[in-house]
Design a protein around this ligand. Structure first.
Ligand SMILES: *[C@@H]1O[C@H](CO)[C@@H](O)[C@H](O)[C@H]1NC(C)=O
Ligand SMILES: *[C@@H]1O[C@H](CO)[C@@H](O)[C@H](O)[C@H]1NC(C)=O
Ligand SMILES: *[C@@H]1O[C@H](CO)[C@@H](O)[C@H](O)[C@H]1NC(C)=O
Length: 485
């Protein structure tokens, strides 16, 4: 029976280097005949670039990187890998945060950037299908003149199929949902090269009750079940108008109480972001602003002119009743951007707290009512352990990040950060939450996933993995822990 072993250190585990290099020799010529000589790279710089994401997990370069152009090539490549039991790691933009693309067992990275077409836009149905090289900004640029947009915004200009693979979200999720709510269909190449459409080929109904939800199975599978080669997404009308506002509070409780009451009042708020006092202080210094150094909410409202007035009025009533300051607010794009500048620059502001250090964003999510308690306890933990970790949160979803600023050359400090992030995740689990709201499990949170799900649910996940990928070729070592033999 599966149990939850303690966290093993994430290192590149080249078990049998010589066996693998013999395999490499025999697959390379086939790879070249499939994608063309120029689209198979053994260069060290290219491999390094594809062996890491934006996390602090160390780089694990693949043995080779291929750049396929179409699903047929992806399928043919997968067949070869399956036959030789050669690991496959799908790669979008490398903007992940949990070490999901590291080739911990070597193998081949499928860089999907050459597959970058927007296909099948159905304006009247509010949906579009994209290939895996299309990023969210590229899609929104493509949609510019249609009056439509795709709102899920994790910050980075990530690829949409990569966002589906990690079940990404971001600041807009409170209004528009995460990737989970916005993917209608996926084309997936399985480990053995089989091509499937999770909701049926070409289908894009707004709702369905037809069978198991395979689409949802692949959303958040982080490349461990197959390679996503197309995603069909829901689109939204660009709102007629937007208003942004900023409001300061004497306590975290007041800010979160306001959030809960705003949602309870049915205000269709588009974004509601929390910054703690440390974060605001950092933003003030970095961006030359003068916000009061107290817990602060950044808000954004979308709708018609009339509905905006109502939304803003209701919200301001609520924040006032929770001791919030008067709103600073803005309508036109330029002033809105100025107002939100602090929020947008949070990452760089955090980094500037300790020049020369690296930032690492943790991510947990709890039921809304538990948010004040977990944030207060987490801040105490940070102080006790002498760590720098300003807090920024998608407070409408109960999801928040500590932006850990660490000296990458200080092993002792890295260790303290590691222990802290484990404590934070366990605190979230103890409050009925999850160890990751939007970054995924990758390498760093496998033991925590096991604690979160319990051994029986993990066993079911392992069973699904075994059924779809019997030789553990697809992104091995991620999400599920290697089994003890
Ligand atoms: C590699 O891909 C490019 C397109 O990205 C293509 O033009 C070229 O023909 C491919 N190389 C070979 C040798 O097939
Ligand atoms: C199936 O999963 C997808 C992706 O998470 C989701 O968008 C869709 O609404 C789900 N379908 C049903 C019927 O629940
Ligand atoms: C919002 O408040 C302003 C002033 O407080 C008032 O003039 C306006 O009528 C209110 N709008 C709505 C839609 O309630």
């Amino acid at each position: 029976m599966t149990h939850c072993p303690s966290l093993c250190v994430s290192v590149c585990m080249y078990v049998s280097v010589s066996a693998q290099s013999a395999v490499l020799d025999s697959v390379l010529s086939t790879f070249r005949s499939i994608c063309g000589e120029d689209n198979v790279s053994l260069g060290e710089a290219v491999r390094e670039q594809h062996g890491k994401d934006e996390s602090v997990h160390r780089c694990c370069p693949p043995d080779v990187v291929v750049f396929p152009h179409c699903v047929e090539e992806v399928s043919a490549l997968a067949k070869v890998c399956h036959h030789h039991r050669f690991p496959i790691i799908p790669f979008g933009t490398g903007t992940g945060l949990e070490g999901g693309v590291g080739a911990v067992k070597g193998g081949v990275c499928f860089s999907l950037r050459n597959m970058d077409r927007v296909l099948d836009l159905h304006q009247e149905d509010f949906d579009v299908t994209v290939e895996p090289g299309v990023t969210r900004k590229a899609l929104n640029a493509y949609l510019r003149d249609t009056g439509l947009w795709f709102p899920v915004d994790p910050g980075a200009d990530a690829s949409l199929c990569g966002m589906a693979a990690t079940s990404a979200s971001g600041t807009n999720a409170v209004r528009y949902g995460t990737m989970r709510e916005n993917v209608i269909n996926l084309e997936v190449v399985l480990a053995d090269g089989t091509i499937i459409h999770t909701a049926g080929n070409g289908r894009r109904p707004r709702k369905t009750s037809a069978g198991y939800n395979l689409t949802n199975l692949f959303v958040g599978s982080e490349g461990t079940l197959g390679i996503i080669t197309k995603t069909t997404l829901r689109l939204y009308g660009i709102p007629e108008a937007m208003v942004s506002a900023v409001c300061s509070f004497p306590s975290i409780q007041d800010a979160v109480d306001s959030t809960v009451q705003i949602l309870q009042a049915g205000v269709p708020i588009a974004r509601i972001e929390f910054l703690d006092d440390v974060m605001i202080d950092a933003c003030n210094r970095f961006s030359g602003l003068s916000y009061p150094v107290t817990p602060t909410l950044f808000l954004e409202f979308h709708g018609s002119e009339q509905s905006l007035e109502e939304q803003v009025n209701t919200t301001e009533d609520i924040t006032h009743s929770n001791r919030g300051s008067d709103f600073q607010w803005a309508r036109d794009a330029e002033t809105r951007n100025q107002l939100w500048k602090a929020r947008h620059d949070a990452w760089y502001a955090a980094l500037a707290l300790r020049p020369g250090c690296k930032a690492y964003a943790t991510d947990v999510c709890v039921p809304l009512s538990r948010l004040p308690q977990i944030i207060v306890e987490t801040k105490e933990d940070l102080i006790e352990n002498r760590l720098t970790g300003p807090i920024a949160g998608h407070v409408g979803d109960g999801n928040f990040h500590c932006l850990m600023v660490v000296d990458p050359n200080n092993a002792e400090e890295l260790h303290r950060v590691h222990l802290f992030t484990d404590r934070l995740a366990r605190r979230a689990l103890a409050m009925d939450g999850t160890c990751t709201g939007e970054h995924g499990v990758g390498l760093g949170k496998r033991a925590l996933l096991c604690e979160e799900m319990g051994p029986m649910a993990i066993q079911v996940m392992q069973g699904l993995k075994d059924a779809l990928d019997p030789y553990n070729v697809m992104n091995p070592g991620k999400i599920l822990q290697p089994r003890e033999l």
